[in-house]
Design a protein around this ligand. Structure first.
Ligand code: SF4
Length: 259
């Protein structure tokens, strides 16, 4: 994924709002989403510099506020439901924000249970998008094709007609995500991509979970710091790369959703 540049100067106060007045085509709340909403890369550079200069907690809130204000219903939060931190943050800004869960057909039963707990807690505006393919064994023989059919294609359907999407990606997730920006441009999809908690450490997440008394995915305490589909997720040793249990034994480290 090509992203806007990351600059980390001394920045604004943590709680200062980001200006939403921009040059060029703009689409705000109530306006139909579309590609013109993401045409102004100068705006993204400016917003990125602002957010990257803030403390991580303040950047998360400011990023969500900017995205909700800027894109309105053109914004979708794609959640993996291995925790609910970014959901908790997002619904505090916009209780009606659309949250999408990609149901690959191969999730752990514990994940489906957790989705329901989180949905009830927040009365989520949840959209479950399933894969348009029958069950098969591609996860055994061609994991890239399987992820393409069960994750990438459903996400494309979920983002159809939208201007921006948001995820809970963090740099601390593992080596493949260390360059994750708070705000970037998803060139492949032609959409703005917002990662509000990109700069959060594991300690930041733990502190937020404790402070907000958030429910935990049942598998986390059983050695699964990163949770995907059951055929492709294994527990990992304490201190190992959190994503080492994903597609363990292969060179694959990402499913294709994030570039
Ligand atoms: S993670 Fe595994 S089962 Fe899930 S879509 Fe990718 S290859 Fe298929």
């Amino acid at each position: 994924m090509t992203t806007v540049s990351e600059v980390r100067p001394v920045g604004p106060a943590e709680d200062a709002p980001i200006p939403t007045t921009v040059e060029g085509p703009v689409e705000g709340p109530g306006a139909p989403p579309g590609p013109t909403a993401v045409a102004d890369l100068d705006e993204l550079h400016r917003v990125s510099r602002d957010l990257e200069a803030r403390p991580a907690a303040g950047a998360a809130r400011a990023a969500i506020e900017w995205a909700v204000d800027r894109f309105g219903t053109g914004l979708v939060l794609a959640a993996s439901f291995q925790d609910c931190v970014v959901i908790d943050l997002a619904v505090q800004v916009d209780p009606a924000i659309e949250v999408t869960f990609l149901d690959t057909g191969y999730h752990f039963a514990e994940t489906l249970w957790y989705v329901e707990q989180v949905r009830r807690r927040y009365d989520l505006n949840l959209r479950v998008v399933g894969a348009d393919v029958p069950p098969d064994d591609r996860w055994l023989t061609d994991t890239d094709a399987c992820c393409a059919a069960r994750k990438v294609a459903p996400l494309a359907a979920a983002l159809q007609g939208r201007a921006a999407w948001m995820s809970g990606l963090r740099r601390a997730d593992g080596p493949s995500r260390t360059a994750t920006p708070v705000v970037g441009y998803d060139v492949g999809r032609g959409l703005v991509k917002v990662n509000p908690i990109a700069a959060w450490s594991d300690a930041d997440v733990a502190a937020h979970v404790a402070a907000r008394d958030l429910p935990a995915h049942p598998l986390v305490d059983r050695g699964y710091p990163s949770i995907g589909c059951w055929p492709c997720t294994r527990p990992v040793d304490t201190g190992a790369d959190p994503r080492a249990g994903r597609w363990a034994g292969s060179a694959k480290s990402e499913c294709g959703l994030h570039g």
